[in-house]
Design a protein around this ligand. Structure first.
Ligand SMILES: C[S@@+](CC[C@H](N)C(=O)[O-])C[C@H]1O[C@@H](n2cnc3c(N)ncnc32)[C@H](O)[C@@H]1O
Length: 252
């Protein structure tokens, strides 16, 4: 059976726990700060945000501290039920914060009350963007999108094999997508009612130089899943990761 590339998110408990720790400890990731900054620059008014792959909601405090143009509500939709439980406990008693087990591959049920869709570091890892783009095209209530994803001059599907020394079912199992899309593809999928801008990623190279996850201490091969800077570019294992921010606004 060919997997859809999401299994490792359920199995990578160390990574899942690292995101929860960032929330609990108030760690502001560079990409969360950039997300907050771009929301502030690009959007206006009250925002009802859906965050696909938002994990336990560790971006929310950062977004709240940066967005000053109106009220915020926030909903994280994630396939990892442990994130949803952790987020619900952390933000208990805050009616404008929601968590839901769900997938960006079936986005429609989550968007009815939203006017802004964000996603950071998740869209390269899902098998396809077509369901999300089709839904955004039709959902007239969605006014803004802000995505951190891999953008290039062409569309490239990358399957990274996640095991150092087991090669059975190569590229059918135990892989991670790291897919790159062109701005033209996004414009094609969203249709003429959307205006798009591609903006640079914002990160601190010296901070990224120090970036390690606990699993790397005992499993050196795990480093092929962790970002590192090379001459001002971000690499993960052998792959150059052209991270960008995609800003979209509905114009009709
Ligand atoms: C690389 S993490 C990024 C988390 C967070 N946005 C950040 O930037 O720190 C990807 C997240 O997306 C979730 N995820 C993976 N596939 C998904 C899908 N199809 N739909 C929704 N969430 C998904 C994972 O469980 C994980 O929490």
């Amino acid at each position: 059976m060919i997997e859809d590339g999401s299994k490792y998110f359920h199995e990578d408990v160390q990574y899942s726990d690292a995101l929860k720790a960032r929330l609990a400890q108030g760690v502001e990731m560079d990409s969360a700060k950039a997300m907050g900054q771009y929301l502030q620059d690009w959007c206006g008014g009250d925002l009802d945000i859906v965050d696909f792959g938002g994990g336990p909601g560790h971006y929310l405090p950062v977004i709240r501290s940066r967005y000053a143009k109106g009220r915020l509500s926030y909903k994280s939709v994630d396939i990892d039920a442990t994130h949803v439980e952790f987020g619900k406990r952390h933000f208990a008693g805050q009616p404008d914060v929601e968590f839901c087990v769900g997938s960006v591959m079936t986005p429609e049920p989550h968007l009815a009350r939203a006017n802004c869709v964000v996603s950071a570091n998740t869209l390269p890892h899902v098998p396809a963007l077509a369901p999300l783009l089709a839904c955004l095209r039709e959902s007239k209530n969605i006014r803004y999108i802000v995505f951190r994803m891999l953008i290039g001059n062409e569309c490239v599907q990358i399957k990274k094999h996640l095991r150092a020394d087991h090669f059975e079912h190569l590229f059918d199992r135990d892989f991670q997508f790291n897919n790159i899309y062109s701005a033209d593809y996004l414009a094609h999928g969203l249709g003429p009612d959307w205006a798009l801008e591609i903006r640079p990623d914002i990160f601190d190279a010296s901070r990224l130089e120090q970036h390690r996850l606990p699993e790397q201490e005992t499993n050196p091969f795990y480093g092929n899943r962790v970002s590192r800077p090379v001459n001002g570019m971000i690499f993960k294992g052998d792959i150059y990761m052209p991270w960008k921010f995609v800003l979209g606004r509905r114009i009709a």
